[in-house]
Design a protein around this ligand. Sequence first.
Ligand code: COA
Length: 106
Amino acid sequence: MADGKNKIVWNEKDRKFETEDKEAYLEYEMRGDGGKVMDITHTYVPPSKRGLGLAAHLCVAAFTHARNHSCSVVPTCSYVSDTFLPRNPDWNSIVHKEDGGSSSTI
Ligand code: COA
């Protein structure tokens, strides 16, 4: 998945991380805590490209961005909460805790 066709770009205006062809994307909203909480609301990969790890690739881009900006993440999207985080548990360190800030150690 590291080839140029599936390069992930940050579309700040539309609050998305997406492939250069925009066919696959992850959408988020910034909220709470002075805009330091990234709520990932939706992930989409077209049917012809599913099952190849592209959604995971989008999540890594979003989580890396959040970490680099000292943000915590709310995994509203079920792909993130039910598949990405269980398979990549290290990222739980920046998941937002509703009951009092994030567990981030940054
Ligand atoms: N919720 C949670 N996990 C899901 C899922 C969903 N709705 N749909 C698929 N998955 C899991 C599957 O268990 C699959 O497991 P497998 O690897 O054992 O087959 C895994 O995602 C595939 O991972 P990956 O290859 O990284 O994902 P992908 O590039 O195929 O994209 C979706 C996954 C969910 C983004 C894609 O199927 C899609 O766009 N679906 C329609 C929109 C949607 O339901 N989005 C999620 C809710 S916001």
